[in-house]
Design a protein around this ligand. Sequence first.
Ligand code: HDE
Length: 715
Amino acid sequence: MPNPDQRAPETVTATGCPFGASAVAPRSQQGEFLTTATGTRLRDSDHSLKAGRRGPTLLQDHHLREKIMHFDHERIPERVVHARGAGAHGVFTSYGTGAKITTARFLAEKIETPVFVRFSTVLGSRGSADTVRDTRGFATKFYTEEGNYDLVGNNIPVFFIQDGIKFPDVVHAAKPHPDREIPQAQSAHDTFWDFVSLHTEAQAHTMWNMSDRGIPASFRTMEGFGVHTFRLTNADGETCLVKFHWKPVAGVHSMTWEEAQLAAGADPDFHRRDLADAIEAGAFPSWELGVQVMPDTQDEMFEGIDLLDPTKLVPEELCPVQLLGKMTLNANPTNYFAETEQVMFNPGHLVPGIDVTNDPLLQARLFSYVDTQLTRLGGPNFAQIPINRAHAPVNDMLRDGFHQHAVHTGQAPYRPNSIDAGNPAETPEAQRPFVEVSTPVSGEKVRAVPATFDDHLSQVRMFYRSLTPVEQDHVAAAYTFELGKCYENPVRERQLAHLAAVDTDLAKTVATGLGLPVPEPSTKVADVEPSPALSQVKAEMNFPVDGRIVGIVADDDADLAQVKKASAAVEKAGMTPFVVAAHGGHLGGKKDVVIDRTLLTTRSIEFDALLAVSAIAPAPDSAAAFDAKAGDPSGVPNSAVDPRLTLLIGEMYRHCKAIAFLPEAEAAMAAAGIEAGTPGIVQEKDADKAVGTLVDLLGAHRAWDRFPRSSADPR
Ligand code: HDE
């Protein structure tokens, strides 16, 4: 009998680790005292063992060698793409509406399924900034009763390439240049635009990247897409083709470009922090999962769209999203490395009722995700890592290998066998095994894609023309910035020719910004009906405000009753108030109003809205007073307002965020040059009323009417 302690590591439910009944977090820290890895108690961990106080270190010092050896090997290779990520635990609650289309129990029945989600950027290294312009990964592991199901999607519904064999090419082109390893986490460079301008199929994804979708406001406000078409089977054996969608309950919101850049400098962990803070504050992020359901016809086409082409989307106006359930993220990881870094996803992790299609991008992924873990997680036993373990019973015949944690019993890990009584048995139909849908396959061996993959630009035009003018301005500005960072003229000209094919005005705006002539269109593009569902700016927007952050500006002489009232009203609305002042500690020296942020430690990006209870004057002889004076050649301070507050308000104003001023704060409004009656600007006498109006304005995310048409836009 093996000693029980030699079996798989014991499990605990560590504080905050919601592994639940099938707890799988291995016990790592027990007992009161510091020990070696093998449990011997240690007296001193600060001094190595030496021959005399000034002498050389002795080789016999096991604790030193073990400590340094382990440290030397603490790093594992980062993901080759999607290296930077943030994760959270949660639960998926099915509405039970999926039974018509799938037998997958977590969708077909009204049950709850634990999940782990990892959001990521694609291009940057593990330590890169969160708010760069990039696609975001949205990978969900459902720990279902029938095995793990992974939905490994993005926040953009189309992909760069149609065939997985080109993935190394697009990634090599997008990653930093191999000679100097710059730029980090950016697509604004020659090799990226070289590749995408030579591959018109990449134009659809690129246009999404250049739109506000490339700079999400937070992970909480991103849509998610399975991208590929999947095949579902119901209890009658009927199949359908579906595309998966995650719809954020908080609405789809993005940053402005300036906000994204400010965040990348002032708080590079912006999205990671936002996710963790929201969960900690109890404002649990949630999404509804839905599917577009299309008939499983022999040609796998829908309304002229080839469903196997991952560079195409199906407009929601043609095929509405049917909701299947809701996911709520309610717990932060306990340990980043153990969970967020070691989690591994694979689109091949399927459960009965969900199958893949022949999409050539998806087919290549099925190889890649299982293969990449061998390098990243150091061997074939990565499914045994706690975060990756199934909650369903596992009875495989995979044996041995690096990092084997299981002590398998039995003598016959092969089939058929008579020694272990034929165990494990193959699953009979009644016990719901996973069975691939039997679809007919025929054809010659060719290196080619179907002719129905050939139209690369009509959906690019559709996407652009579905955006509102404000969003279109942002697209033009993004292309102008990115191509402005390219130094090879043929690359810029080739990309401009594709833009000219998509939309002449867009091409004109970008060409003017670059100082280049507008080229002839690269090709002729068919017109497609716009899809208003693709825009983030709707006529009616009234999204929940839970977890939003409201800055409350006040100085030491401010009316503390109003500050307290404002904080209480913000909290009552489910938002988080942060009191902002010139210094830390307490407001006016009174212990009851704590200052959360100072003008030195915060920037506008931290707040969704601002309520100024009073203005803040620069302290005499302070750097702020010096800055205020420096702005005026007479040497007399040109403003009674701390310039850092004017900067904060000015940024909030430019980013079209809601700002409320109480009467005592009017000097701050004047210093920022804000006129009464401007959209999204509130003037109120009472903090309660001011918060009420801010809540209404936040429902639309921004005061959209305040955006100017871009100065680069000649229209
Ligand atoms: Fe990935 N992708 N991918 N990808 N992908 C990886 O897997 C790959 C693609 C996506 O948080 C890698 O474990 C190939 C589409 C997400 O851990 C790797 C192709 C979509 C994540 C890999 C694609 C994605 C990855 C890197 C083209 C959206 C992060 C480490 C055939 C539907 C998952 C790893 C996480 C990660 C390969 C295309 C989404 C190398 C070869 C399309 C969200 O296996």
